[in-house]
Design a protein around this ligand. Structure first.
Ligand code: NAG
Ligand code: NAG
Ligand code: NAG
Ligand code: NAG
Ligand code: NAG
Ligand code: NAG
Ligand code: NAG
Length: 383
């Protein structure tokens, strides 16, 4: 498909009649996202038609023109004040990488700027810094950067998508403080620090530290934050029965030896209610076994719930025990087992009656009516 234009283009390139103030424009985009290719042009060409073409720029290689500026994949915008002709290519695929030309349409001899489009994956990075911290505490994420970026915009976002990181930034160096997030840029140490307070398990996950660059993709470093329950909580399940006493065993870290011990009720340790000032709850400490036990007298149905073995009123990081207490109603089975009188009523009586009945039948068959009456009386006396 060698058109006249194609031939002219090749001629033009070989004769070096291509004007290009910037040399080759290098552009990098993220796969599956969009990229802007911005070509400046000289004064005087504001009203000329511009276009973007690929490879050898034949007639079939023209992708979009300013005359018809929007298609499914390409959009153009001609900023006549700044004299920049921009084409946006959307939904980038690997086959979109390669050589392009920005063209200004002139009679016979168009003006071309060469563009090289490189595509990279929209994910980051080879190395990931792992950070472990605990619920309710604060964490400091350190993001080092190269010295030439001292005055660049710094930011942090969730996830692992460089292309949308700035757009979804949790905080940037422009607004330093935002809710639980704070950003401090230490230009001497060439790192910025993001402090997140009141951590919860939802804060666990990937983060990207970003540094903005002009004319190039931003630079990133990746962090994986893991927020655990405030260290080493051991969970147990316990069943109790209404009306009965219950003993709960609470081991505690040896460094809490001299602290007050208490039992606290509530789903969260930091908002639970101390139960040990109620008369039904008594605490016994045993320092030599580094544990205490709590006796709850006469369990009530409302005692069901989550309990924490408390040995530090500040709930500083340490090993704690959490207990899920279920309170069961008394069943028939437990009644029989616990009350001998009822045991007689429910078990002994029917057996005795059955034995009597059998005996009566036997006697009736083998003896006189008189003897029969005597045994019947005997059996009733037994009852
Ligand atoms: C674009 O990259 C090439 C090497 O791939 C380099 O020679 C050229 O100078 C770069 N152009 C600009 C404007 O940086
Ligand atoms: C492309 O340029 C438009 C208009 O200036 C802007 O809204 C968009 O964010 C740019 N896209 C990229 C990927 O830089
Ligand atoms: C984060 O900021 C809070 C409040 O300014 C501070 O108390 C805490 O020590 C900081 N945490 C870290 C890890 O720097
Ligand atoms: C508590 O009771 C439930 C059902 O009533 C039972 O499945 C569970 O095994 C019991 N747990 C303990 C620790 O006894
Ligand atoms: C004692 O218990 C009551 C609830 O029964 C509670 O309101 C109060 O704050 C507790 N006092 C202390 C000192 O824990
Ligand atoms: C305390 O714990 C130790 C070791 O388990 C045990 O020998 C001792 O009897 C306990 N003391 C009391 C008062 O229960
Ligand atoms: C929790 O217990 C484990 C093992 O018993 C111990 O290695 C760890 O240091 C303890 N953590 C704290 C914060 O006390």
């Amino acid at each position: 498909m060698w058109s006249l234009q194609n031939l002219l283009f090749i001629l033009c390139i070989s004769l070096r009649c291509v004007t290009s103030a910037v040399g080759v424009l290098n552009v990098t985009g993220y796969l599956r996202r969009e990229v802007n290719i911005s070509c400046p042009y000289d004064p005087g060409y504001e009203s000329y038609e511009k276009y973007l073409c690929k490879d050898s720029c034949g007639r079939g290689d023209v992708l979009i023109t300013t005359t018809n500026p929007v298609t499914y994949k390409y959009r153009t915008h001609d900023d006549k004040t700044a004299r920049i002709f921009t084409t946006t290519i959307s939904d980038l695929r690997s086959m979109d990488a390669g050589k392009y030309w920005c063209g200004v349409k002139k009679f016979l001899k168009d003006i071309y700027t060469e563009v090289k489009l490189k595509l990279v994956k929209d994910s980051c990075c080879g190395t990931v810094t792992k950070i472990l911290n605990y619920q309710g505490y604060s964490v400091s994420i350190s993001c080092p950067y190269e010295p030439q970026y001292q005055n660049s915009l710094k930011y942090i976002c969730r996830g692992n998508r460089p292309s949308i990181c700035l757009q979804q930034a949790l905080i940037t160096s422009d607004n330093k403080e935002n809710g639980r997030f704070r950003l401090d840029d230490d230009k001497m140490l060439k790192k910025f620090t993001v402090n997140i307070t009141s951590l919860s398990q939802e804060d666990s996950g990937s983060y990207l530290c970003g540094v903005q660059r002009n004319f190039h993709l931003d630079v990133f470093s990746a962090v994986l934050l893991e927020v655990e329950e405030f260290c080493c909580v051991k969970s147990t399940k316990i069943n109790g029965t209404v009306g009965h006493p219950l003993t709960l065993q609470c081991p505690y870290p040896s460094q809490h030896r001299d602290n007050r011990k208490f039992l606290c009720k509530g789903d969260q340790h930091n908002s639970c209610m101390d139960m040990t000032n109620q008369s039904r709850f008594t605490v016994h400490d045993n320092v030599s076994s580094s544990s205490f036990w709590v006796i709850i007298a006469e369990l009530e149905a409302a005692d069901a719930g989550t309990y924490w073995c408390g040995s530090d009123s500040q709930w500083k990081v340490g090993n704690y025990t959490k207990m899920e207490l279920s309170v069961l109603q008394q069943t028939l089975g437990t009644l029989e087992a616990n009350n001998p009188a009822l045991y007689v009523v429910y078990i002994i009586t029917p057996v005795l009656l059955l034995m009597c009945a059998l005996f009566i039948v036997y006697k009736y068959r083998c003896s006189t009516v008189k003897g029969d009456e005597a045994t019947g009386r005997n059996a009733r006396n037994k009852l």
